[in-house]
Design a protein around this ligand. Structure first.
Ligand SMILES: [Zn+2]
Length: 288
């Protein structure tokens, strides 16, 4: 089973996770920039974070034979903090980088006017730079949040096939599917979707345009949930081809629209021993 996790925050995970993911079949990941759990106090702290998503993190992933790309954006929560908003002025020069395969995660958190402005501006950037957009749907008030998101998307002029709506569930999948956007599902250990609910949704809606991710981060989450969905699909009678479509070909097709996906690393059959340096530093912390 070859797996592409289209939404995972590896910065918050250990190298043990990379090793376990590789052993489970994960060959490629996309890491969206997001909220750290505490407020950033200046745009400069975004730039260091973006640089690590473009440098150190792909290096760490490469040590385990996993191709790493990222999506960059001002996240919805921090769009409300005037100390952070100037990051929007610098975002364009980051969107030119080879490893950036979408603008994201963008979307709504509390549906404030500041979030409206940041969402519209970043959809515009996606259109200008020829990139897809990863749009998260709010954790609270999901249905209303999705309706408003779809309104803004229609006004943006970004074609629906360039947009993935993420964190969907049974209540939002219908409207999201009607919009023509890609459908993202985050599989968590105890909230949102689990693998059995995911299988039921795949039976109802089919495997077209569906993206399944672990969205693993610093909270309770599991970077092997993509594999768990593949196994649950097999148990439920889905074919190997169906599983490959959901866990590999769909994310390749979605992020491939950027023209920047390079999956050669994950194609290595042999798992190499970790080694080598990134800007003089190794994952073994120098001296060891
Ligand atoms: Zn996320």
């Amino acid at each position: 089973m070859r797996i592409f996790d289209p939404h995972i925050h590896m910065t918050s995970r250990t190298t043990d996770d990379y090793a376990a993911m590789r052993a489970a079949g994960v060959r490629a990941v996309v890491e969206p920039s997001f909220w750290l759990g505490q407020p950033r106090t200046s745009p400069a702290s975004f730039y260091d974070y973006f640089d690590s998503l473009l440098g150190w993190e792909p290096f760490r992933a490469s040590q385990y034979g996993i191709a790493h790309h990222c999506t960059l954006a001002l996240n919805p929560k921090e769009a409300n903090d005037p100390r952070c908003v100037p990051v929007l002025d610098e975002l364009p020069r980051y969107l030119l980088k080879d490893k950036v395969v979408a603008v994201g995660e963008i979307g709504y958190d509390s549906m404030t006017p500041a979030e409206d402005t940041a969402l519209a501006a970043q959809l515009q950037l996606a259109a200008e730079y020829g990139l897809p957009a990863l749009v998260h749907t709010p954790h609270r008030d999901k249905a209303a949040g999705l309706t408003r998101t779809l309104d803004v998307l229609r006004e943006s002029g970004l074609p629906p096939e360039r947009v993935a709506l993420d964190h969907l569930n049974e209540t939002t999948v219908g409207a999201a599917a009607d919009s023509g956007c890609w459908l993202g599902f985050s599989i968590y250990p105890d909230t949102k979707m689990d693998e059995q609910r995911m299988v039921r949704l795949l039976r109802l809606h089919g495997t077209e345009r569906v993206l399944v991710n672990s969205a693993a981060d610093w909270g309770r989450s599991d970077p092997l949930k993509t594999r768990a969905v593949g196994e649950a699909m097999a148990d439920a009678g889905f074919s190997e081809d169906d599983i490959d479509q959901v866990l590999w070909r769909n994310p390749v097709a979605f992020y491939g629209q950027s023209g920047r996906l390079d999956l050669t690393l994950g194609a290595d059959e042999e798992q190499r021993e970790p080694g080598g340096l990134h800007e003089g530093n190794s994952i073994l912390r120098g001296g060891e």
